[in-house]
Design a protein around this ligand. Structure first.
Ligand code: LMR
Ligand code: MG
Length: 487
């Protein structure tokens, strides 16, 4: 697979291009993203599905620029898919021919099931949650995929979209009730097993709703992918969106480019949440484009990353060129220390996961500058561990890196997102263990054995560990522990 790949998705509302860089076999990250409000479906729903002249021209102009940008980034591969409006248009062949001739891009029109599958494999592989139903609300259609244990089980495409509903109902002031009827009628196509507590929210409409919600609640992590919202906490807001007049959407925080189609989107979203019996929304920053990319990358792997593989972690390591041998030793020491100190901290075994991740990445801040590396590393990790890590995971890893060799204060902003973070004692213990491992691995030479009894940790070594001893003097454990070096 080529190193740089560009993926274009011509949705019925907007056309978007994402450019991905593959850093190693399983590591990849987004290096560029651009969207254009092409609205290829404009006017088509009242005209028998025929794509109209002006929107087609907008699409081709955008595609021409997308292709030039892909070239600028030296993308070796350009994959372009088109969804609902184009797939249903009686004049699609004319458009596809024109697009190929004028932009040089071969567009692949995908059917609804394939579209749902791309969104499905993107969420199944890149979300921290591995179960739920995806909802991808587009301009012309809405796709759902059932995900069970990180695998896509069932797919469906519904003829419900923000622009479709806007043009058929909202533009003509036909009333909410008529739109609701139309949607409910289409929802009858959903098989009975499309029911779940968790939904993955994909697409521009849901992302916009999640963004406004996170702003209103002053949520401190500024990233949408993996953001979780309880349905009971946002129900009123979603309903308020579709009941508010377009001119007044600004007052409830809707950004200008979403005002003309968010009401129909919110209505579709709400009725689906209700239909699925959903209690939680996991906002997804990934969708069809990531799905197209992964389908290519994971062709030989059954479209799944192997267990325990985190593409964002690998991509960070690949880019920041960490000192592998040293970090492996920190990882080894921290896990040994965690196990031997179990009687003192009494933490759950699952906490080892954080030690493992943190020790692999604790030094990446050096990439920017050695001085202040813990602060740089913390910021990198909070934002860099996007695929596969929950916000809680990211916040914990970020704190542990920021406070290596220091005590985590109780009033840290991230610590105080009380409903997602573990107790401060847990964080301080993990921080202590990782700091101790960091200090003991400093020369990376000694063979170390630990014995713990009577609030004393004996550190048996075959070299004097002169510097390590000094470094450990500044560490404070959450409950008193004596360190005894035996050489
Ligand atoms: C689509 O139509 O699939 C996307 O353009 C979604 C959106 O609202 O931008
Ligand atoms: Mg779409």
């Amino acid at each position: 697979m080529s190193k740089i790949t560009a993926v274009i998705d011509i949705g019925s509302n907007s056309a978007r291009m994402a450019i991905f860089e593959k850093t190693s076999r399983y590591g990849f990250h987004l290096i560029y993203e651009v969207k254009s409000k092409v609205r290829i479906s404009e006017g088509c729903y009242e005209n028998g599905g025929y794509l109209q002249e002006i929107p087609m021209r907008r699409a081709i102009m955008a595609l021409r620029d997308f292709r030039l940008i892909a070239k600028k980034y030296a993308a070796r591969k350009l994959l372009c898919v088109a969804t609902s409006a184009i797939r249903d248009a009686p004049n699609k062949m004319e458009f596809l021919r024109m697009a190929r001739k004028q932009s040089g891009i071969d567009i692949k029109v995908i059917d609804g099931a394939k579209e749902a599958w791309y969104g499905g494999i993107a969420c199944a592989n890149l979300s921290h949650n591995k179960n739920g139903i995806t909802i991808d609300i587009g301009g012309g259609s809405t796709e759902c995929a059932i995900i069970k244990d990180g695998r896509v089980y069932d797919l469906i495409s519904l003829k419900l979209g923000t622009i479709r509903l806007k043009e058929l109902f909202f533009d003509h002031h036909k009333g909410l009730e008529a739109a609701k009827e139309f949607i409910k009628n289409e929802l009858k196509k959903l098989p009975k097993h499309f029911v779940h507590d968790n939904v993955f929210g994909i697409g521009g409409t849901i992302r916009a709703i999640a963004k406004i919600n996170s702003k209103q609640t002053k949520y401190p992590i500024k990233t949408i992918h993996g953001y979780e919202i309880l349905v009971k906490e946002c129900k009123n807001f979603i309903q308020m969106i579709y009941k508010t007049k377009e001119e007044r959407l600004e007052e409830i925080g809707v950004p200008v480019d979403r005002r003309d189609n968010i009401r129909s989107g919110a209505l579709i979203f709400w009725l689906l949440l209700e239909h699925f019996g959903a209690k939680k929304i996991t906002a997804s920053g990934v969708g069809v484009r990531e799905g197209v990319f992964l389908a290519d990358m994971l062709r030989g792997q059954n479209f799944r990353f192997p267990n325990g593989i985190y593409p964002s972690l690998i991509a960070l390591k690949d880019r920041c060129k960490a000192h592998q041998k040293y970090l492996k030793n920190i990882s080894k020491q921290s896990l040994l220390l965690f196990d031997v100190l179990k009687p003192a901290h009494n933490l759950d075994y699952t906490c080892r996961f954080y030690l493992n991740v943190v020790s692999q990445l604790c030094d990446i801040g050096v990439f920017l500058n050695f001085y202040g590396k813990n602060d740089h590393g913390a910021y990198f990790l909070l934002h860099g561990l996007d695929y596969g890590f929950s916000h809680t995971d990211r916040a914990i890893v970020c704190l542990l890196v920021e406070y290596i060799n220091k005590r985590i204060p109780k009033d840290e902003t991230i610590v105080s997102i009380s409903d997602i973070m573990p107790p401060i004692q847990t964080l301080q213990w993990l921080s202590y263990v990782i700091s101790l491992a960091y200090a003991l691995a400093v020369t990376n030479e000694s063979k170390i054995r630990y014995v713990y009894f009577d609030k004393t940790l004996q550190i048996h070594t075959d070299t004097p560990l002169y510097l390590s001893k000094e470094l450990t003097q500044n560490l404070t454990s959450p409950t008193k522990i004596n360190l005894e070096f035996v050489n």
